[in-house]
Design a binder for this molecule. Structure first.
Ligand SMILES: *Cc1c(COP(=O)(O)O)cnc(C)c1O
Length: 422
C-alpha cells in the first residue's frame, strides 16, 4: 500500500489507476507529474458527503494545483475557487468557472487585480488589512460598483504545523488581528462602495487536528455575535483551508469529522443560517499526483550515499522549503532487496538544498524509475526553471487513458523572449 489510493502496485509495478507508471515514463520522459482523475473526484466526494443537507460552498484553494484540467474537474463537480491573484482568476475564467463562486484572498491585492475581480463579479474579497479595505472601496467607487467584502481575521491560534505554513498566529503577516476586527468592520460599514458579506480565517496548512479549527471558530463566532449587536449581519463564515493529507503515517482529519464539529458549534450558537465556506487546497489534490523521476547516477560515499535523479528542487521545492517528507516508491521494485542501501535522493541543481528525500532505504540501480508520492499539491505550481530546466510535463490519467494536460516546456521557450543589447 502506498499513501495514495489511486497509485498502487499491480503485478509488481506501480500504477496510476490502470496505467503502469513505467509506460508513462517511457512515453513522455521524466521528470513527469502524473495525476489521477478519480483521485480528484474521490477527494471532492469527501467534502460533498460531509456537507450534505447544509449550505456549504467548497472553494478549491487553487494555488495547490492550478492546471486547467484540474480546475475543470472541480468546476464540473460544483466547486468554487479560492484565488490569490489576478492570474488565478484568469485561469478560473479560462475554464468557464463561475466568478460568483470565487473568493479572493491574499495580503497584497493590486489595483488591476481588484478591478478584474470586480468586473468578473467574484463572491467576495477576503480583505486582509485596513489599507486594502480603503483601496478596494476606492477602486469599486471608480467603477461605480459595490465590492462584496469579508474580513480575513487572524484569530491567533496555533495550527500546530510547520512555521512556514502556519498563518493564524499574531506574528504572521496574514489577516486583521481579531481584536481590531470590529473597528475595521465598522469602518467598512461606513463606506458605501463596500458590502459586508462575511468573515473568514485561514490558520495554516497540513493541519491534522480538529482543535485548531474549533479554537478559531469559537473566536469567529464571538466576533459574528458582536457584529450582529452592531447591526452588521453576515451571510457567510469562511474557515479557510489547511486540512492535512497523509504524506507518510499522519492521522487524517476527515472533512466529515471537521464539518460535523463545525455544524454543531454553529447550531449551538444559533448560527445555522450562515453559509459555511471552505478553501481546501492540498486535501483535494495532494494525493492525486506523483512526480516520476529517473535515477541518473548512484554515488556512494563514506558519509552518505546519493541517488542523483533527474527531478530537482525546481520541480518539487517542498522538501527543501518546508523540510517536508514525501514518500518515495521504486516503480518496479526488486524483491530480494539484498542490495538495498540508505540514500539521499538529490537533483542535479547546483545547491546543497537540492534534495527530494533523505535517508531512504532503496534497492535501486542507475536508470531505475522512482515515484515521489503526494506531488499533486504545491509541486508543479511551485516549480521554477532554475538552472534553465524546462518545467516537466503534466499527465492526467483516467482509467486506462493518459492525457497530456501540459506538455514539457522546451529549452528554447525558456529564453525565446529575452533580448541582448546592441
Ligand atoms: C493556501 C491557502 C488555502 C489552501 O490551503 P491548503 O492547506 O492547501 O488547504 C486556502 N486559503 C488561503 C487563504 C490560502 O492562502
Amino acid at each position: 500500500m502506498t499513501v495514495a489510493p489511486h497509485f498502487q502496485f499491480r503485478n509488481g509495478v506501480l500504477h496510476a489507476e490502470d496505467v503502469p507508471l513505467a509506460d508513462l515514463a517511457r512515453q513522455f520522459g521524466t521528470p513527469l507529474y502524473v495525476y489521477s482523475r478519480q483521485a480528484l473526484h474521490d477527494a471532492w466526494d469527501a467534502y460533498r458527503v460531509a456537507s450534505q443537507g447544509r449550505n456549504v460552498l467548497v472553494c478549491f484553494g487553487m494555488k495547490a494545483n492550478s492546471n486547467l484540467a484540474v480546475l475543470n474537474e472541480f468546476k464540473k463537480l460544483g466547486a468554487g475557487f479560492d484565488i490569490v491573484s489576478g492570474g488565478e482568476l484568469a485561469r478560473v475564467l479560462a475554464v468557464g468557472g463561475d466568478a460568483s463562486r470565487v473568493v479572493f484572498s491574499g495580503v497584497g491585492k493590486q489595483v488591476w487585480e481588484m478591478r478584474a475581480a470586480l468586473e468578473a463579479g467574484v463572491k467576495c474579497f477576503n480583505v486582509e488589512s485596513e489599507p486594502e479595505l480603503l483601496r478596494l472601496a476606492e477602486v469599486a467607487e471608480q467603477l461605480g460598483m459595490v465590492a462584496p467584502v469579508s474580513l480575513r481575521v487572524n484569530p491567533d491560534v496555533d495550527a500546530q504545523t510547520h512555521p512556514y505554513i502556519s498563518t493564524g498566529l499574531k506574528e504572521n503577516k496574514f489577516g486583521i488581528a481579531i481584536d481590531s476586527a470590529v473597528a475595521v468592520y465598522q469602518r467598512a460599514a461606513a463606506l458605501p462602495s463596500l458590502e459586508i458579506v462575511g468573515v473568514d480565517c485561514h490558520i495554516g496548512s497540513q493541519i491534522t487536528e480538529v482543535s485548531p479549527y474549533l479554537d478559531a471558530l469559537e473566536k469567529l463566532i464571538v466576533l459574528v455575535k458582536a457584529l450582529a449587536r452592531l447591526g452588521i449581519d453576515l451571510k457567510h463564515l469562511d474557515l479557510g483551508g489547511g486540512i492535512g493529507i497523509r504524506y507518510t503515517d499522519e492521522t487524517l482529519l476527515a472533512p466529515s469529522v471537521l464539518l460535523d464539529k463545525v455544524f454543531q458549534a454553529l447550531d449551538a450558537h444559533g448560527l445555522a443560517h450562515l453559509q459555511l465556506v471552505l478553501e481546501p487546497g492540498r486535501s483535494l489534490v495532494g494525493n492525486s499526483g506523483v512526480l516520476l523521476t529517473t535515477v541518473e547516477y548512484l554515488k556512494h560515499g563514506d558519509a552518505k550515499n546519493f541517488a542523483i535523479v533527474d527531478a530537482a528542487m525546481n520541480d518539487l521545492i517542498r522538501p527543501t522549503l518546508y523540510d517536508a517528507w514525501h514518500s518515495v516508491e521504486t516503480v518496479a521494485p526488486r524483491h530480494n532487496g539484498d542490495t538495498a542501501l540508505v540514500y539521499d535522493i538529490v537533483g542535479p541543481i547546483c545547491e546543497s538544498g537540492d534534495w527530494l528525500a533523505r535517508d531512504r532505504k532503496l534497492d535501486i540501480r542507475q536508470g531505475d524509475l522512482l515515484a515521489i508520492m503526494s506531488a499533486g499539491a504545491y509541486a508543479y505550481t511551485m516549480a521554477s526553471q532554475y538552472n534553465t530546466r524546462p518545467r516537466a510535463a503534466e499527465i492526467m490519467v483516467d482509467g486506462s487513458q493518459a492525457y497530456v494536460v501540459r506538455p514539457r516546456e522546451t529549452v528554447e521557450s525558456l529564453f525565446a523572449t529575452e533580448k541582448i543589447l546592441d
